[in-house]
Design a protein around this ligand. Structure first.
Ligand code: ADP
Ligand code: MG
Length: 339
C-alpha cells in the first residue's frame, strides 16, 4: 500500500510537471492556435478555417484540408515527443518544418479538452478521438476511449475547448477574452469576426490588399535579392517614401513561417528613417528563404523569434535593396515634379 501511495504521489507530481511543461509551451490561446496552424501547413493543407470563441479560451477550432492522420497513429498522437516529422537523425539539422518536437498536441491535451477528427484519403470515413493528459479518453464518462468512425471530409479538424480549465492561476491571469482575441487577430494581421479563413490561391499582394486594404497595397514597391554566400533569397513589398503609417508593420516570413525578428525590424526602421518624416513608419512584407540548416527555430518555446546564421549580412543585403528602391522612386518623383 505504501508503494501504491507513493506511486500515486509520483503520478500526480508527473501530472503537475506535465501541466507546467504545457504551460511553458502554451502561454496563451494564440500560441495554441499558432501550433495548430503550423501543423495544418505541415500536413500540406492549402486552405484552413479557424473558429474562435471567447478569445480562444472557450474554443479554438481549426479545420484543414491536409493529408489527415492515420487511424493507427491516433492512440499515441498526444504522447510527448510523438512526431511524424523526424524520420532520421540527420533531419534534425535540415528540418524544414517548425514542428519537430512533438510537444504541441501533448501539451494542449494536458490543459484543455482536445478533440481530433481526421480523414486520410485512403480511409472511407473520418475518425474522431478525444484526449486527456496525453491519452485517448472517452467523450463521456463510461464510454470507450477508442476513436469512433464518423462521416467527414479529407483533412483534420482539431478542437481545443476550455483551455487552462485545470490551471486556475493561468486562467485567472486572462483579464479579458477580448485581449486574447486581439492577440490572435494580431497574429493573423487583421480581419475580424470569429472565423478567419485564408484562401489557398491568393497572391501575397492580394492578401495584403484583402487584409490591410488598398491604401497600403497601392503604395507598395516590390523588391528581391539573394546571396549564395549567406544562403538566402528574399522577396517582398515595401511602402514607398510617399506613404507612411504611425507604427511600423513588418510581416516577416522565414521559409513560409510567420516569425518575428526585432533585429530586422530595427534595421528596416533605420532604412526608412532618412526617407520618412520623423513620426512616419513603413509597412513591409518580407519573405526570406534561408537554408534550413542555418535557421534556429528553437530560441523560445513559443517559437516566434527566430535566429539564423549571417543575420547581419542578410539584413544588410535586404535593407540595401529596399534603400535602393526607395531612392530610385524618390528621384523619379523629384524628377517628375521638376518637369
Ligand atoms: P510536431 O508538429 O512537432 O510533430 P505536434 O504535437 O504539433 O508535434 O503534432 C504531433 C503529430 O500529430 C505531428 O507530427 C503530425 O503527425 C500529427 N498532426 C498534428 N496535427 C495534424 C494535422 N492538422 N494534420 C495531420 N497531422 C497532424
Ligand atoms: Mg506541431
Amino acid at each position: 500500500r505504501r508503494i501504491q501511495a507513493s506511486l500515486f504521489t509520483l503520478a500526480s507530481r508527473m501530472d503537475v510537471v506535465n501541466k507546467i511543461a504545457a504551460g511553458e509551451i502554451i502561454v496563451a490561446p494564440v500560441h495554441a492556435l499558432k501550433e495548430l496552424i503550423e501543423n495544418a501547413v505541415d500536413a500540406g493543407a492549402t486552405s484552413l478555417e479557424v473558429l474562435i470563441k471567447d478569445g480562444g479560451l472557450k474554443l479554438l477550432q481549426i479545420t484543414d484540408n491536409g493529408h489527415g492522420i492515420d487511424k493507427g497513429d491516433l492512440p499515441i498522437l498526444c504522447e510527448r515527443f510523438t512526431t511524424s516529422k523526424l524520420k532520421k537523425f540527420e533531419d534534425l539539422s535540415s528540418i524544414c518544418t517548425y514542428g519537430f518536437r512533438g510537444e504541441a498536441l501533448a501539451s494542449i491535451s494536458h490543459i484543455a479538452h482536445l478533440t481530433v477528427t481526421t480523414k486520410t484519403k485512403d480511409s472511407s470515413h473520418a475518425w474522431r478521438a478525444h484526449y486527456d493528459s496525453g491519452k485517448l479518453s472517452p467523450a463521456k464518462p463510461g464510454q470507450s476511449a477508442d476513436p469512433k468512425p464518423i462521416a467527414g471530409r479529407g483533412g483534420t479538424q482539431i478542437s481545443v475547448e476550455d483551455l487552462f480549465y485545470n490551471v486556475p492561476t493561468r486562467r485567472r491571469a486572462f483579464r479579458s477574452t477580448s485581449d486574447e482575441y486581439n492577440k490572435i487577430i494580431d497574429m493573423k494581421h487583421g480581419d475580424s469576426g470569429t472565423s478567419i479563413s485564408v484562401q489557398a490561391q491568393a497572391s501575397a499582394i492580394g492578401r495584403i490588399r484583402q487584409i490591410h486594404g488598398g491604401n497600403v497595397a497601392n503604395e507598395l514597391i516590390q523588391f528581391s535579392t539573394s546571396d549564395d554566400r549567406w544562403g538566402f533569397k528574399a522577396v517582398g513589398w515595401a511602402t514607398n517614401a510617399n506613404y507612411h503609417i504611425k507604427k511600423t508593420t513588418l510581416l516577416l516570413f522565414i521559409n513560409n513561417r510567420s516569425v518575428e525578428s526585432s533585429n530586422i525590424k530595427k534595421a528596416v526602421e533605420q532604412t526608412y528613417s532618412t526617407f520618412l518624416p520623423k513620426s512616419g513608419h513603413p509597412f513591409v512584407y518580407l519573405s526570406l528563404e534561408i537554408d534550413p540548416q542555418r535557421v534556429d527555430v528553437n530560441v523560445h518555446p513559443t517559437k516566434r523569434e527566430v535566429n539564423f546564421l549571417n543575420e547581419d549580412e542578410i539584413i544588410q543585403c535586404v535593407c540595401e535593396t529596399i534603400r535602393g528602391k526607395l531612392a530610385a522612386v524618390d528621384t523619379s518623383r523629384t524628377f517628375m515634379t521638376q518637369t
